[in-house]
Design a protein around this ligand. Structure first.
Ligand SMILES: [Zn+2]
Length: 237
């Protein structure tokens, strides 16, 4: 049970801190009491048995609560006379210390300031999370601008007509083509070079004609992108 204590990222992206382990007064069931890091007024309770569960959404499985590793501690010794603490942008604790001070003194100093360290690490973590979701929004925006025109142009060239084009936040694949010829493209495709983006677009459009990865499917791609092999290889890296 003690292992549960710490900071977690919920599979939907929220950050939570376990603040206590409790026991239901009637059923004696073990419960986890946890608090939102973005809105500390919000305190929740959930059966401990559910805490470590795996959640599957659209075929993708992940931990309901993913533990966030406590950032490490970095010690920098110099000619200074006093100890000083700083939280780096990634949450690492940096201690600046005099050259000859004993390690035990440094550890005691860190321990005395634990509350301050934890509060500031939470602040850093909250900011990182906000940045991460802002980045994804930016990728979605760029994908929505970039991908549909590419789909339209290549579809014309290939003589196919997709039913719809959607931008997703899929992390495990860049694109897919449904049985109804609905095309999905991950916003993370925007992190690739234009040559690779074009390849994924043509690949999914070719699935409108061939619902497999057989020779006819690749021949169809090759007519549009003769160098598709190198593009595909670059994508795999
Ligand atoms: Zn495919």
């Amino acid at each position: 049970m003690e292992k549960i204590q710490g900071t977690y990222r919920h599979y939907k992206g929220g950050l939570y801190e376990v603040i206590a382990l409790a026991r239901h007064s009637e059923t004696l069931e073990d419960m986890v009491v946890y608090r939102s890091l973005t809105d500390p007024q919000k305190v929740w309770v959930r059966p401990a048995a559910m805490w470590g569960e795996t959640v599957c959404v659209q075929g993708k499985c992940m931990a309901r609560f993913e533990p966030i590793q406590a950032p490490g501690c970095q010690i920098i010794r110099s000619d200074r006379r006093t100890l000083a603490l700083r939280i780096l942008p990634d949450g690492t604790v940096q201690v600046r210390a005099p050259r000859k001070i004993a390690r035990a003194r440094i550890d005691a100093f860190v321990d005395e300031h634990r509350a301050w360290i934890e509060e500031n690490q939470r602040r850093v973590l909250r900011r990182q999370n906000r940045l991460a979701s802002a980045d994804v929004q930016e990728l979605i925006r760029r994908a929505e601008q970039t991908i549909p025109p590419k789909v339209a142009a290549f579809a014309l060239q290939m003589g196919v007509r997709p039913k719809s084009v959607r931008i997703t936040q899929a992390k495990t694949r860049f694109g897919s083509c449904g049985v109804q010829n609905t095309l999905n493209f991950s916003c993370y495709l925007m992190l690739q070079e234009p040559a690779q983006i074009d390849y994924v677009v043509v690949h999914e459009l070719a699935h409108i004609l061939h619902k497999n990865h057989g020779p006819a499917f690749y021949a169809c791609i090759e007519r549009v992108l003769p160098d598709y092999r190198s593009r595909e290889a670059a994508l795999r890296q």
